[in-house]
Design a protein around this ligand. Structure first.
Ligand code: NAD
Length: 266
């Protein structure tokens, strides 16, 4: 695989976890990486320091992906600094868990507006920039690529997390419908759906021995994933080596979507 030198990549929610891992992985490829963050400026600065250490460049930019004007600002700033955008990693996401009958409208709205509306707003701004790109591709490859970070819960129902699973189910159709719409414009749109990856979002599960054991039972490959497991796939999926792939979801889940309960019960 050739490197991604000089590619410009926006990673949303890049101050921690999977977004941080992906941003650093693109830094190692020599890319310009825009490190979007929400509240954790120190985390974002750490990500940027690692990118620079690895040979990439970039800047940190605060924006709430659910706020239209803040998203527009993020993309304008990127254009100002690097001119042409090549890749959007639509990663920012949250969980607000609750039994369904007790789920507040606020818990529903917060999750949908970050995980689904936020990914819509960022994808829309990316598409606008891809359509107006000034540099001409050296050969016939995509002029832009969007990768949605979804979840195995775009497929696996999740009791007690109906808002989250609904948002990720929405992302699946957002990704596929958009891929269909923009393929003739030579823009690629795909998703990565992680299984259980050890990050802040699920720390209370993987840091507790008993809960960790229960979780491993759901993973045929018998280990919890790391952000790097997702990051390596994101780098490849944004690269021209995967140029003929669009509208697809790659499940990076150690087999979690294989119905593990059927392993000895068929
Ligand atoms: P994380 O909590 O470490 O990362 C989420 C990031 O999104 C944080 O940096 C947070 O600040 C940011 N964020 C939250 N709201 C935001 C907003 N309004 N605007 C901008 N940024 C915002 O957890 P993670 O596991 O790295 O999650 C990243 C993505 O991966 C999420 O979309 C999550 O749903 C998805 N995912 C994670 C797992 C897992 O097991 N960790 C599994 C499946 C999917």
């Amino acid at each position: 695989m050739s490197d991604q030198t000089k590619k410009t990549v926006i990673v949303t929610g890049a101050s921690s976890g999977i977004g941080q891992g992906i941003a650093i992985a693109f830094g190692k490829q020599g890319a310009n990486v825009v490190v979007n963050y929400y509240g954790d400026e120190k985390g974002a600065q750490f990500t940027l320091d690692e990118i620079i250490k690895a040979g990439g460049q970039g800047f940190i930019h605060q924006a709430d992906v659910s706020k239209e004007q803040e998203v527009i600002g993020l993309f304008e700033k990127t254009k100002e600094k690097y001119q042409d955008l090549d890749v959007l990693i639509n990663n920012a996401g949250i969980q607000k868990d609750s039994a369904f009958a007790h789920m507040s409208l606020d818990e529903w709205n917060k999750v949908i507006s970050t995980n689904l509306t936020g990914q819509f707003l960022c994808a829309r701004e990316a598409i606008k920039q891809f359509e107006h790109k000034t540099t001409v591709q050296a050969h016939e490859v995509a002029k832009g690529s969007i990768i949605f970070i979804s979840s195995v819960h775009d497929l696996i129902p999740w009791a007690g997390h109906v808002n989250y699973a609904s948002s990720k189910g929405g992302v699946l159709m957002l990704m596929k419908s958009l891929a269909l719409e923009v393929a003739p414009k030579k823009i690629r749109v795909n998703a990565i759906s992680p299984g259980a990856i050890a990050t802040d979002i699920n720390e209370e599960v993987w840091s507790d021995e008993e809960k960790r054991k229960e979780l491993i039972k759901l993973i045929p490959y018998q280990r919890i994933g790391e952000p790097e497991d997702v990051a390596k796939v994101a780098v490849w999926l944004a690269h021209e080596d995967s140029d003929y792939i669009t509208g697809t979801t790659i499940y990076v889940d150690g087999g979690m979507t294989l119905y593990p309960g059927f392993v000895d019960n068929g």
